[in-house]
Design a protein around this ligand. Structure first.
Ligand SMILES: [Cu+2]
Length: 163
């Protein structure tokens, strides 16, 4: 399948009725009873590195792909992402909903923005390694994408399913 048609397929799926409706499920008890912080996102919150149970290594390359680009995590888990850039261009891993990522990708085409300082994002230079610790507090399908101008449109997108 061509990259463009694959991308439109992804967008069609993401924009379908299921994505429009709130597809996230109620957070677990321990999460719901703790105070909801202002920084909480639909896909979770900044994780405490000491509570990271799982390390997921992701490789980013100039073919505009993540490897792996499909990840499954358990709701409530704190994950430490170790993100390696094996290419010669800068790349990013930015967590988000598809709507959010599309909006940000469009915005970065107009103006360069710095995502590296956000807790849900890491920007990595050629040959470098970035880190990102995130707690997934809700079930659902979320995404990560590269918001270096042109990369998201070229299909640099991955999927995270939280069960
Ligand atoms: Cu990239």
């Amino acid at each position: 399948m061509q990259r463009t048609s694959l991308l439109s397929l992804i967008i069609v799926i993401a924009c379908g009725p299921a994505a429009g409706a709130q597809r996230s499920v109620e957070p677990p008890d321990d999460v719901r009873t703790s105070k909801t912080r202002a920084a909480d996102k639909p896909y979770g919150r900044e994780g405490d590195p000491r509570r990271a149970k799982r390390v997921i290594r992701i490789d980013m390359s100039d073919t505009m792909q993540y490897f792996p680009d499909q990840i499954e995590v358990k709701r409530g888990d704190t994950v430490r992402f170790v993100v390696r850039n094996s290419g010669e261009l800068p790349h990013e891993m930015v967590l988000g909903t598809m709507e959010e990522l599309k909006k940000h990708a469009a915005a970065t085409k107009r103006k360069a923005t710095a995502h590296q300082s956000l807790p849900h994002a890491t920007r990595v230079g050629p040959g470098g390694t970035g880190r990102l610790v995130w707690q997934f507090t809700r079930a659902g399908e979320f995404y990560f994408g590269c918001l270096v101008p042109g990369h998201f449109d070229a299909g640099m997108i991955g999927t995270i399913v939280v069960r």
